[in-house]
Ligand binder design. Structure first.
Ligand code: SF4
Length: 458
C-alpha cells in the first residue's frame, strides 16, 4: 500500500522558513507578471488559446490515429519507434539500447517524462553515468533532489546555496555567488560531459503526426549539443504530446514560452526529422497511465497540458508551499489532477491544496478547466472514502451548517459578534505557519496585551 502524502504538513515545513517562502512567492509572481505583459502584447492571445484547446481536444479524441500516423512517418525518416506501456518498460527499452551499444556515459536534456519514470537512478544502478544538461536540472541533480518546478527546476535555491553546491562538486571558489561566475563554471563542467558522452537523451515538447518529426524547446541549446556529438539519440515521448500538422506549431510555440517564462519565444526551438548522418534515432512512446486518463470524461482535458508551468507560477498555494511539498514529478495545480489519477489514495490531499480561486484556469494557454477538475477530484476522493477522518468530520459539519439555513444564519451572526473580539494572536502565532506571512504580519510580533488593547482598531 502506498504511503499517503500529507501535503499540509510538507507545506507547513516550507512556510516555516519565512524568508525563503516569501522570496519563492515573489520570484514566481514576477514570472507570472512577465507572462501577463507578453499575453497583453498579443491582441490575438485569446484566439490562440481557443485554437490550441481545440487542436488538443482533436488530438486526444483521435489519439490512436495520430500515433500510428506518427510511427509510419518517423520510421520512413529513418527513426526506430518503440512502444512502452509503463515506466518499467520505458526504462528497460532505454537501458537495452544503451547496453547493446556499450554506452556508459549519457547526456540528457530536460525531460519530465524521464523524471516520471525515474530513469536516472535506474540507469545509474546499471553503471551508466547520466548527466542532466539543463542548468537548473544539473543543480538539483548535484543536490540529489528532484526538480521542484517543471520549467524552473531549482527555483527553491538561492544563489548562495548554488555557490556552495558548485564549490563542493565543481571546485569553484568558496562563498562565490555571482551568477555569471557560477554559470561559466557550469558551462565548462557541462562541456566536458558533452564531449565525453556516447549517447544523448531528450524529451519532446511537440511531436508532429503529419511529418514524423518533433520539436524540443530549450533556452540553453543543450538538447542540440547533446544529440549532435554522439551518434545515438534516444527521445522519450509521452503519447499526449502530439500535434496533427506542422502548421499547428505556430500556435503552440507562441503560447508556450510566453506562458512559461514571459519570453516571446524560447531561445532554441529545435526540429528533429530522423537521425543525423551516420547516427541512430530511437523514439520511445510512453503511455504510463495516460490512456486511463483519456478514458475518463472528467479528467481527459488534463492531457492537453503543454507543461508551461504557468498554473504553478500563479497558484497562491504552490507559490507558498514549494514544489517538493507535492512529492510528484508534476507539482502544482495540474499535478494535483494528474497525481491522484495515478494513485488517489497517496495523493488524496492534493486536490485540497487549492483555494479554488481559478487563477490557474485563467492563465492556462490550452484552457484546461483546472480548478473545476480539482473540485471533481475532491468529490471523487470523498466518494472513495480516502479523506482523513478529521477532515471528513469537518466537511460533514460544514455541510450540515451550509445545508441548514437557520443554522447558517445563526453561525454567521455568532461569527460577526465573536471574531472581532478574538485576540489576533490566535491567528498570528508561531503554531500557525499560514498565519505567519499573511496580511498584517507585524501583529504576530505583538504581545497578547498589546493586541487586546489594539483589537478595536482592526
Ligand atoms: S495545466 Fe495549463 S498552465 Fe498548467 S502547466 Fe499545463 S498548460 Fe501550463
Amino acid at each position: 500500500m502506498s504511503t499517503t502524502l500529507d501535503h499540509p504538513k510538507k507545506a507547513a515545513a516550507f512556510v516555516a522558513d519565512i524568508d525563503r517562502a516569501h522570496w519563492h512567492d515573489q520570484t514566481l509572481w514576477y514570472v507570472r507578471v512577465k507572462r501577463d505583459k507578453q499575453a497583453a502584447s498579443l491582441p490575438e492571445w485569446e484566439l490562440l488559446r481557443d485554437t490550441a484547446a481545440q487542436i488538443k481536444a482533436n488530438v486526444v479524441a483521435n489519439l490512436a490515429a495520430y500515433l500510428e500516423q506518427f510511427e509510419a512517418k518517423a520510421t520512413k525518416l529513418g527513426a526506430v519507434v518503440h512502444w512502452a506501456r509503463d515506466a518499467a518498460e520505458h526504462n528497460e527499452i532505454v537501458l537495452k539500447l544503451l547496453q547493446e551499444r556499450g554506452v556508459t556515459k549519457v547526456v540528457k536534456s530536460k525531460s519530465m517524462l524521464t523524471e516520471e519514470c525515474h530513469l536516472n537512478p535506474y540507469l545509474e544502478r546499471a553503471g551508466i553515468e547520466v548527466v542532466d544538461t539543463d542548468l537548473g536540472e544539473r543543480i538539483v541533480q548535484l543536490a540529489k533532489e528532484p526538480p521542484s518546478h517543471i520549467v524552473l527546476p531549482c527555483i527553491h535555491y538561492k544563489k548562495e546555496e548554488i555557490g556552495e553546491l558548485f564549490h563542493e562538486h565543481l571546485g569553484t571558489e568558496k562563498g562565490a555567488k555571482d551568477p555569471k561566475y557560477l554559470a561559466e563554471a557550469a558551462r565548462r563542467h557541462l562541456r566536458e560531459k558533452f564531449c565525453g558522452a556516447q549517447a544523448g537523451i531528450t524529451g519532446v515538447n511537440f511531436a508532429i503526426a503529419e511529418t514524423g518529426g518533433f520539436v524540443v524547446c530549450t533556452n540553453e541549446g543543450n538538447a542540440d549539443l547533446g544529440v549532435s556529438l554522439p551518434k545515438l539519440h534516444i527521445t522519450c515521448l509521452g503519447i499526449e504530446k502530439f500535434l496533427p500538422r506542422a502548421a499547428d506549431l505556430g500556435v503552440f510555440l507562441r503560447l508556450l514560452a510566453r506562458s512559461a517564462t514571459g519570453q516571446p519565444i524560447t531561445t532554441y526551438s529545435s526540429h528533429f526529422h530522423g537521425p543525423i548522418e551516420g547516427g541512430e534515432l530511437h523514439i520511445v512512446l510512453v503511455d504510463n497511465g495516460r490512456t486511463e486518463i483519456v478514458a475518463s470524461d472528467d479528467f481527459r482535458r488534463s492531457l492537453n497540458c503543454i507543461r508551461c508551468g504557468a498554473c504553478m507560477n500563479t497558484c497562491p498555494v504552490f507559490r507558498r508551499s514549494g514544489g517538493h511539498s507535492y512529492e510528484a514529478t508534476v507539482p502544482g495545480p495540474i499535478g494535483s489532477i494528474l497525481s491522484p489519477a495515478r494513485d488517489s489514495e497517496k495523493y488524496a490531499t492534493l486536490p485540497h491544496a487549492c483555494s479554488l480561486c481559478g487563477s490557474c484556469s485563467d492563465v492556462c494557454p490550452v484552457k484546461i478547466d483546472i480548478h473545476q477538475q480539482l473540485l471533481t477530484w475532491r468529490r471523487e476522493i470523498a466518494v472513495r472514502k480516502q479523506l482523513k477522518w478529521s477532515k471528513r468530520m469537518v466537511m460533514k459539519l460544514a455541510g450540515w451548517v451550509l445545508g441548514t439555513p437557520w443554522l447558517y444564519r445563526a453561525a454567521g451572526r455568532m461569527a460577526r459578534w465573536w471574531i472581532p473580539k478574538l485576540p489576533r494572536i490566535l491567528v498570528y502565532n508561531r503554531w500557525n505557519p499560514w498565519g505567519k506571512q499573511r496580511e498584517l504580519p507585524e501583529l504576530a510580533k505583538r504581545s497578547f496585551r498589546e493586541l487586546y488593547r489594539a483589537r478595536r482598531k482592526f
